[in-house]
Every structure is written in C-alpha cells, then in structure tokens.
Write a protein that binds this ligand. Structure first.
Ligand SMILES: Nc1ncnc2c1ncn2[C@@H]1O[C@H](COP(=O)(O)OP(=O)(O)OP(=O)(O)O)[C@@H](O)[C@H]1O
Ligand SMILES: [Mg+2]
Length: 606
C-alpha cells in the first residue's frame, strides 16, 4: 500500500502533524505546569505567612490552648481535604494539627524520615524551607516549614512550638495539566483526521494526472497511438503531460512514416519484375513477392534450403557469411521452363550484424532466347554461305584440273556455279533486307494501295513457275476492293514470298486461293494452298529466320528460310500481323492483316 505516492504523502502529512503537536504539547504543558506551580507556591507562602502571623499574635496574647490553636489551624488551612497544617515542637513531635481527616492521628507523632523533608531540613538549617513531596501513590504536594516560637497549653501541660508545617496537594495543577494533555491529544487526532481527509484530495491532485499518464502510456505501449492527456496545470505534472503528448505525437508521426515507407516498399516489391525473397538467419522465409512466388512456385512447406539448392546458391551459411557463390544461373522447369539469374547477399541490422539474406531472381529467359537465336543465326548464315561456296570451289577446282577441256561438262559446271552464286546473292540480299528492317533504316513511304491489283501483279510474275507445276491461282475478292495504307513494293515482296512458298510446297496440279476481306479497320489477305500442311510443333517457329520444316527439301527447292521472316518484319512494320492456319494433308493458309485506308474522294491510288 505504501508503494503508492498517495499513501506516502498521507503518511508524511500524519508524521508532520504528530511531530508538530508533540512539540506544541511539550512546551505548552511545561509552561502551564510552571505557571500553576508558581501560583500554588505563592498561595502556600501567603498562607504560611498568614498562619505564622495569626498564631504568633494569639500566643503573645496569653495562654493559647491546643484546642483553640487546632480550631484556628483548621480555619486557616486550604479547603482541600488533604491540606494540613501542623505545629511541631522543637523535639520534632507534632503539637497540634488542623482538624481534618488527613491530619487525624498525626498528633503526638514524631515527624521524621522522608515524609517530611521540609521539617527535617528546617531542623538542620533553622531557616524556612520549601519542599515538594510525593507520596507513595505518586500524588504531589507542596510543603512549607516556617519558624514560630510559642507555647500551647493543655490544661496544665505546656508545650513548646518551634515550627509551622503547611502542606497542600498539587492535584489541581496536575489535573489541569492532564486535561490540557487530553485536549491536545484530541486536537492532534482531529488534526490527523482532517489532514487525512484534505491530504487525500491534495494527493489526488498529484496522483490522478500521474495515473492517467501511466494508464495512457500502457495503452500507448499496446499500440494505441491516438492517446492524449489533458494538460491542466503548468507545474511539473503539467510539463510531464505536455512531454507525453509531444512523445505520442512524434511516435504517431514516425509510425505513419514507417507505415508509408512499408507500403511503398511493398508496392515496389509487388510491382517488381524481379522476384525477391528475404530469409532470416534461421532460414525462414520472411518475405517473398508475388513474382518470386510465381517463379519458384513457393508453397508454405517449402524450406529455404530447398530454394537455395534449387537456385544453385549453395547453403544458407555461405550466403549469410558472404563466402561462396552469390550469383548463379539456372533453369527452372515448373510451371514452365524459365531461365533465372539469382543474386544472393546477406543483409545487416542497424548494429551491423547479419540479420538475414536477400535473394533476387531475374528472369533471363528472353535474354537467353535472344542469345540462343543470335548464335543460331550466325551458325545458319555461315552454313548457308559455306554450302554454295564449297560447291563453287569444288567445281572451279574440277574445271582447273582439266574439265575445262570438255565443253559440255564445263558449261554445265559453270551454270551450276552461276546458280550457286545467284543463291548467295539472294541470301545476302535477304539478309540485308532483314537487317535494314531490323534497324528501321529503310524508309517506307506509305500510300493508299489497291491490294487486288497488287495480288494480280504478283500472280502474273509467278505465272511461269506456277505453270511449271501445273498450278492455278484463284482469287476470292469482295465487291468493293479494300484499300490499304501501305508501301506497295514491300507488300509485293510479302506477297511474292508467301505465294512462292505456296507454289513450292503444294502438290502439283492443285490450286492456290488468294482471298481478301475486311475485318474491322484491317484488311485480311489469305493465301491458301492444298499442300502437305505444316506440322503443329513447327507452326510457332515458322516465321523465325532460317527456320525450315523439312531442311533437305526446302534447300533442294532453293529456300534459305528467310522468306517468311522478312514477310513478318514487313507486315509488322506496317502495324499489322501475320499468322497461319494449317492442318496436316489439308493445306496451309498464311494470312496477314494490313491497316485499312478509308478512301478520300480525291485520294490518289497507286
Ligand atoms: N505453304 C507452305 N506449305 C508447307 N510448308 C511451308 C509453306 N510455306 C512455308 N513452309 C515451310 O516453312 C519454311 C519457311 O518458309 P520460308 O519462306 O521462310 O523459307 P524458304 O521458303 O524455305 O526459303 P526462302 O523463302 O528464303 O527462299 C519453309 O522452308 C517450309 O518448310
Ligand atoms: Mg519461301
């Protein structure tokens, strides 16, 4: 209970009151005692002197009987029943006593011993003596011995008197003192009561605000940052309340900033294209953003050891101590194959200790694919160039070795060499076209173009090769010819590439249908043949450079696998797209879309 400030204050108040009252009563009682004792002594002296005067007078007048003297003494003594007056002979024997119960039986006694210190001392010094005496019950008296010489008569007996002994109790004085003490005690108790009452209020003015601050601080610690205490005064407690309010406001601000930062960070982590995983020092996953979850297919049971192993990053200890591999590249199979580059690094707490590890996952599938394509491209180009060159070289060597002399053979060799050179020339031209399309170096002026005319032109140009294979071109054009916004030369190249393919790869004697239609704001051109079709697994790759379904056959037909790649580049440069529909043994339709041109009345059409 005394742990509380309130009770300590109360105890302090009570102690103060008790101590103060003790001092007050000590001095007060002593003063009152001294005052009353002095008064009692003065009374006693006055009475003693009066007794001496009266008796002296009586004894001088003539014979003075003991009875008379005793009657006088009785009148002269104080009215207290324990007050006595004795007349004592020079031998110390009581000659007369006042007539009251306390004096009864004293007559004739020899006064001696400690009961009569004043008399004993008087006989020793022959001087008036004042003395205080206490009886065996503790009652206190003032006693006085005064000289008086005279004679008392008792019939014929004469008795000499040497002194008057007056004794008065101090009961009154001490009862007054007792009374005073009792009142002081009452006053003290009352003061303590009042102090306790007022002290409670006084203490509450201190403890209430403290209690309020304490309970609010506890709620603050529990995470309620909207706490505020009322500042009711400018004293230390008021200051404390102000500081508390300032503290909570600052805390609120800091928490808001932290929350803000956290949200920002979370947003960044969520939106990141890279996967991020954070591990603690025990290897538990603290955080994994959506991308990382997608990439690794992270489940609740998945352990970090498993993840590190999966990513080829070694073990946790090596990641956290910073030794061992930090970057690793690997391929993940699930749910689809992706190439990943993983960076691992420890992160540190504010104290500089390692508090976990961060793994960043970069999806390098596209990068790896492009790299792969680049390698294939170089290999393909070299190969495509090498084959005709080898042919030309071996034919040239054969000619030099003597075949030149045989005219027929020489002519056939030279024509093959020329064909191979043409093939190289075509290849290089195709590559240049692709390269210029890649770098968008070629400026492609767009004009409103009538597609049907263009198609018929191309069909004318290819009529000879079509005829050789006994093929027929059919058209399927709408009533009003669609006009596209395009570069006629380039679109012609697209048509040549696709239609030449159709001629090359279809069955002899079948037909090729070219259709035109309008779809929304695009015009669709479809070139359908009745050939063997393109197998499903090859379909997605057919527009890649150098991709050929049946390499041997395509080469035999003079193809390098660049035709459709060029067509795709051109169509896309026009803002269109190219695609195919093909079924095995049913034929193939290669189609492309070009943006439609809404013909203005004065529009120029090429
Ligand atoms: N209509 C078609 N029917 C069946 N296969 C086709 C058809 N068109 C293209 N292909 C296949 O797609 C491959 C790629 O065609 P692409 O036109 O790009 O190259 P190419 O014809 O072989 O050579 P290039 O056109 O450069 O002379 C061809 O090799 C062929 O195997
Ligand atoms: Mg082709």
């Amino acid at each position: 209970m005394f742990q509380s400030i309130k009770w300590r204050l109360m105890l302090l108040y009570v102690l103060l009151i008790v101590v103060a009252m003790q001092f007050v009563s000590f001095f007060l009682v002593r003063n009152i005692e001294a005052f009353y004792l002095e008064r009692a002594r003065t009374d006693l002296r006055t009475r003693g002197a009066h007794v001496v005067r009266v008796l002296d007078l009586e004894m001088r007048r003539g014979p003075y009987s003991r009875e008379l003297a005793e009657a006088h003494l009785n009148n002269l003594r104080a009215r207290h029943e324990d007050a006595i007056i004795l007349l004592v002979s020079p031998t110390g024997q009581v000659a007369a006593t006042s007539l009251n119960p306390a004096a009864e039986g004293l007559h004739g006694l020899f006064v001696q011993g400690p009961d009569y210190p004043a008399i004993i001392e008087f006989f020793a010094t022959q001087e008036p003596v004042e003395a205080r005496w206490e009886d065996h019950t503790g009652r206190r008296f003032y006693t006085l011995a005064l000289p008086l010489s005279g004679i008392l008569t008792q019939g014929t007996v004469r008795e000499e008197v040497a002194l008057v002994y007056v004794r008065e109790p101090l009961d009154e004085t001490y009862s007054i003192l007792q009374e005073v003490q009792a009142r002081l005690l009452n006053a003290t108790l009352l003061a303590i009561g009042v102090t306790l009452l007022l002290g409670t209020f006084a203490a509450q003015t201190i403890t209430r605000p403290l209690q309020e601050i304490t309970s609010k601080a506890a709620r603050l610690a529990a995470g309620h940052f909207d706490m505020e205490v009322k500042v009711k005064s400018g004293d230390e407690i008021g200051k404390l309340a102000e500081v508390f309010n300032y503290l909570t406001a600052e805390l609120r601000k800091t928490m808001a900033e932290l929350r803000n930062d956290k949200t920002k960070l979370e947003a960044i982590l969520t939106q990141m294209t890279n996967g991020v995983i954070a591990l603690d020092t025990h290897g538990h996953i603290i955080h994994a953003n959506i991308r990382a979850r997608d990439m690794l297919n992270i489940t609740e049971e998945m352990s970090s050891a498993h993840i590190l192993e999966l990513l080829n990053l070694g073990d946790l200890a090596r990641l956290l101590t910073g030794s061992g591999p930090k970057v690793a590249e690997t391929e993940l199979k699930s749910p689809y194959t992706i190439a990943i580059r993983a960076y691992g690094a420890p992160f540190h707490s504010a104290e500089g200790e390692v508090s976990g590890g961060i793994i960043v996952l970069q999806d390098i599938t596209e990068e790896a694919r492009l790299e792969q394509m680049r390698r294939e491209f170089v290999a393909n180009v070299s190969h495509e160039l090498k084959t005709p060159l080898t042919t030309i070289k071996s034919y040239a060597e054969t000619l030099l070795a003597g075949a030149l002399d045989t005219k027929d053979v020489a002519a056939s060799f030279l024509s093959t060499m020329s064909e191979e050179a043409d093939r190289m020339d075509r290849l290089i031209k195709d590559l240049l076209t692709l390269s210029s399309l890649d770098f968008q170096h070629v400026r492609m002026p767009m004009r409103p173009t009538l597609l049907d005319e263009l198609i018929l032109d191309v069909a004318d140009k290819l009529a000879f090769s079509a005829q050789r294979r006994n093929l027929k071109f059919r058209t399927n054009f709408p009533e009003d010819t669609p006009v596209v916004l395009a570069n006629a030369d380039k679109v012609e190249q697209v048509l040549v590439n696709i239609m030449a393919n159709a001629i090359k790869y279809t069955h002899e004697g079948s037909d090729i249908t070219v259709s035109l239609s309008t779809v929304g704001d695009m015009v669709r051109v479809g070139i359908r043949d009745r050939g063997p079709g393109i197998p499903l697994e090859d379909q997605p790759r057919i527009f890649e450079r150098f991709y050929r379904v049946d390499k041997a056959r395509a080469r035999e037909l003079g193809g390098t696998g660049l035709g459709l790649a060029i067509a795709k580049q051109i169509v896309e440069a026009h803002g269109g797209r190219i695609g195919l529909e093909s079924e095995a043994n049913e034929g193939t339709e290669i189609y492309f879309f070009l943006p439609r041109h809404t013909l203005p009345s004065t529009g120029q059409v090429s």
